[in-house]
Design a protein around this ligand. Sequence first.
Ligand SMILES: [Zn+2]
Length: 67
Amino acid sequence: MIYYIREGILVSFRACMFCHSIRVYPYLGFMTGQQYQCQDCEEISPLVLEFDTEEDFTHFLTHLEEE
Ligand SMILES: [Zn+2]
């Protein structure tokens, strides 16, 4: 399932590296620095996919489906 942000906030678009969900939120790891936790697959990782716009993200997903 794909979720879209419609709030018009100027932030880069983050997506989970594992399941490509955009329900990725900052997770505070005190010893390890900034990490993110995916609300869908529950993976915690310092690495997330980042896109400047929603269009870049949907473009990425389109290419995934083509392969
Ligand atoms: Zn995920």
